[in-house]
Design a protein around this ligand. Sequence first.
Ligand code: SF4
Length: 173
Amino acid sequence: MHRILFDNLAKGTLTEPPPAPDESALAELAAALERNARRKLGRSLSIRQVDAGSCNGCELEINALGNPFYDLERFGLRFVASPRHADVLLVTGPVTRNMQIALERTYRATPDPKWVVAAGDCALDGGMFAGSYACLGGVSAAIPVDLHIRGCPPSPTQLLKGLLALLQVDKAR
Ligand code: SF4
């Protein structure tokens, strides 16, 4: 036991150092997101996250948006508990057959105007779960999707860029 402890201490840290944070770029991105949300909605952007069958890898990155480093609530991005309060449904995972009805009901419960963002490769086309008897496939197999954000999982920065692109491009709504 002591030898194992000593060996591990002698090896030092084996994980990679974290990437250097680019706080100014992040703040700029988040501020642009807030400006667009206020211009389009007159208020902050409310997001209801729906896990339609994810492995939870995508949720870990989505959760990171609220951690002390990203702290996106300061820029008006907030997650809400009910679809009735949401502007955006952020859906992850392939749509499992057990979640299909719940996802469709959540979509219907979200007031217009609303956007659906499918986050992660599984949400695009089923990803590594495509073809499983338990899955329908991507999110668009169940409800209309306005934007796909690729990645397995997408990083918090990719998620923010996707949300910003959604608000910038979809001027008509
Ligand atoms: S895209 Fe990757 S991280 Fe996200 S649910 Fe699928 S397998 Fe998990």
